[in-house]
Every structure is written in structure tokens, then in C-alpha cells.
Design a protein around this ligand. Structure first.
Ligand code: G3I
Length: 341
């Protein structure tokens, strides 16, 4: 924990964390890692729409607040994930709700009640999660990037009702509401997966960021891009490519975050763990040495508790709660950053 404090002092700020939900198994393991190894917490599921607005207009932040207080109890900070996502929506969506009702009333209402209810100390919010399609190509406009996505809360089962994305007003509504109710230092993020390099999806995310800045009048110094980074030894982005992307955000005055890092292995053999450690270290270095990157969150902390499943061995600690090679590599990279090497 003292290492992370020194890194934060050297970088100005640095949040290094993982996911937690109050129903996670092994309280002693979690209490140990969240009071020593990490200084930051995000709710894996507790702050999502299905958990926080059980019926239209009814706010229930019980689980989200419980995770935030768990962070506080362990001397850690807390980030919010998320106020808008097509998945894990409450059962009353989409129902007969029209796109215009969603944009004008439902989304602003949800964003306000959650962000206002969670308070000003939240370091950042994933205001919108995974709104860029997987089939995008270079040169697409921000609207085309989002229209390429096919899963929306108002979408009918056959995918025909894409009325939500005739324009980006639903994104603008979410961000203008978030800016109004978030704390003055809270960063407002667009969060997505399979991004970080010179790929078309990253170009799209940056195009949507520019649209949010221009058309929702959100200053770049309040905006962030979350790179989820659910990767493997065959899908990771190189340190150089990540660094180049982080530099683009720095040039805008915006913030970069690694928000959901796990590195799924084809097998838990030691050879793969060394490769996993090298990739983990390079992602961390890309963030440590980039002025724009201030949050680095790992997704799930122990292999047996991971959404990936135990066999993919994608987290920093093995199923017995022992640190893996990657956990030691992370420590080494933090120390090397402090030593000025
Ligand atoms: O809470 C219910 C419980 O009441 C029920 O008994 C149980 C069995 O059906 O399900 C529980 O809900 C599960 C929930 O996790 C809480 O454990 C859902 O079924 C399950 O689908 C859900 O999975 C989460 C997944 O998002 C949902 O899409 C994973 O834990 C979570 O790690 C994963 O996280 C997402 C990020 O939010 C966004 N980026 C991708 C990432 C991985 O999919």
C-alpha cells in the first residue's frame, strides 16, 4: 500500500484496484488484498442498472453504497461502474418505453439518482459502457460507430427497434446529467472492450469522445476513456500502441484508464504465467509512464472468483489466494517506476 502511495505522489494521482461485491467469497482474502495490495475498488455488479433501479424511478443503492463503504473501511478509493449499459438492465426495460422517453426522462433520471446518491468522492464513473459496435471500420463518424452496436435497452427481441440511436442524444443526456451531479473532481468515462491500440474501435471511441466534448459541452479535463482490457496472450495491445493512445488523450487533456484487466490463459501452466506477467507489466508500465493514465483496475482478483472461470486463470491471484507471477511483476514495475529507472 505504501508503494502505491509513493506512486500516487510521484504521478500526482494513481488508483490501482480491483472488483468487489459484498457477496464475494473469502472475506479474509478480500480484506487482505484490499487493504494492502490495492488502493481502489469498483463494484463488479453492485452499481449496475438492474441493482440500482429495481423499478422505474425507485433508487436502491444498497449494494453500491456497501461496496463504496467497503473501500472506505479499507482506506481505498472507489469508482462507479456504470450508469448506462445495454446489459444487466432492470426487468422493466425496455417494456413499452419509447426511445424519446428513454432519452428525455429515463436515462437522465437514472444517471442523476445514481451519481447524486453515490456522492462526490467517486473518482470516476463509467457513464456509458460498451456503446460502440464490434463491426466498426476506420473513418466512421461517432454516430455510425454507435449505430453499429446492436444491443439497446429499447431494442425489441428481433433487434428491429434501434430508434434509440437515430442520433447521439442519449449519450449527450447521460453525460450532461453526469456533469451536473458528479463531484467536481469526478471523471466521466466512456468505457469499452477490445480497444487501446490503432484499431477501428479505439478510433470510434475517440470520435465519440470528441462528439461528447463538442455536442454535450463536456470539458476534456472531465472526460476519460476506460479501456476494459479483457485480453489474452493472443489479443493484447502492445505497450507502444497503448502509450500512443494514451498520448492522444493527454494531448486533449482527457484521462485514460485501464478499467477491467484480466489476461485469460489457454492453460494455467507456469510458462503461460510468465507470459501473462510480462503483458500485465507492460499494461501497467504504459499507464504508469503516461501522464494521462491515472486509474488501473484489474477485473476479479482470484482465479476461482473470476467471471472468466477458474480454468482461464485470468487474474493476479490463484484459486488458493496466492499471488501469481503477474502479481510479483506488478510490484516490480511499481518499484521500478519509483526508482526512476
Ligand atoms: O445476482 C444474481 C443471483 O441472484 C442469481 O442467483 C445468480 C444465478 O443466476 O445470478 C446473479 O447475477 C449474476 C451477476 O453476475 C452477479 O453475480 C448474473 O447471472 C451474471 O450474468 C453476472 O455476470 C457479470 C457480467 O458482467 C454480466 O454481464 C459478471 O459478474 C461481471 O464480471 C461482468 O462484468 C462485465 C462488466 O460489467 C463490463 N465489461 C465486461 C465484463 C465481463 O463481462
Amino acid at each position: 500500500r505504501s508503494t502505491l502511495k509513493s506512486v500516487a505522489e510521484k504521478k500526482g494521482e494513481f488508483y490501482f484496484g480491483s472488483t468487489y461485491d459484498t457477496y464475494d467469497a473469502d472475506a479474509s482474502f478480500n480484506q487482505n488484498v484490499f487493504s494492502t495490495f490495492f488502493n481502489h475498488v469498483v463494484a463488479e455488479n453492485g452499481c449496475k442498472w438492474d441493482a440500482t433501479e429495481p423499478s422505474r424511478g425507485t433508487s436502491d443503492l444498497t449494494e453500491c453504497l456497501a461496496v463504496q463503504s467497503y473501500a472506505t473501511t479499507n482506506g481505498a478509493t472507489f469508482r462507479g461502474h456504470n450508469t448506462f449499459w445495454h446489459s444487466q438492465t432492470p426487468t422493466w426495460l425496455p417494456g413499452s418505453i419509447t426511445a424519446s422517453d428513454l432519452v428525455t426522462n429515463v436515462i437522465p433520471q437514472h444517471v442523476q439518482q445514481e451519481i447524486q446518491g453515490m456522492g462526490a468522492s467517486v473518482t470516476s464513473w463509467d457513464v456509458v459502457n460498451e456503446i460502440v459496435g464490434d463491426g466498426v471500420s476506420n473513418g466512421m463518424t461517432a454516430l455510425q460507430c454507435v449505430q453499429n452496436k446492436k444491443d439497446w435497452p429499447t431494442q425489441t427481441a428481433d433487434g428491429s427497434n434501434t430508434a434509440l440511436v437515430t442520433d447521439l442524444s442519449f449519450v449527450h443526456a447521460a453525460f450532461t446529467t453526469a456533469l451536473q451531479y458528479a463531484g467536481p473532481n469526478t471523471r466521466l468515462a466512456i468505457n469499452d472492450y477490445n480497444t487501446g491500440g490503432s484499431d477501428a474501435k479505439t478510433a470510434c471511441v475517440l470520435a465519440v469522445l470528441a462528439d461528447i466534448n463538442a455536442n454535450a459541452a463536456i470539458p476534456y479535463n472531465r472526460l476519460a476513456v476506460g479501456f476494459q482490457s479483457h485480453i489474452s496472450p493472443t489479443t493484447f495491445v502492445s505497450k507502444a500502441a497503448l502509450t500512443a493512445t494514451f498520448a492522444k488523450l493527454a494531448a486533449l487533456g482527457a484521462t485514460a484508464m485501464i478499467t477491467e484487466l484480466d489476461i485469460a490463459l489457454p492453460s494455467g501452466t507456469t510458462a503461460y504465467e510468465r507470459l501473462q506477467a510480462a503483458i500485465w507489466g507492460d499494461y501497467l508500465d504504459a499507464c504508469l509512464y503516461s501522464s494521462s493514465c491515472v486509474e488501473f483496475i484489474n477485473w476479479d482478483t482470484r482465479d476461482d472468483l473470476s467471471w472468466l472461470g477458474t480454468s482461464e486463470a485470468g487474474t493476479l491471484f490463484d484459486s488458493n489466494g496466492n499471488p501469481k507471477v503477474a502479481a510479483f511483476e506488478v510490484q516490480a514495475r511499481l518499484q521500478r517506476f519509483l526508482s526512476g529507472a
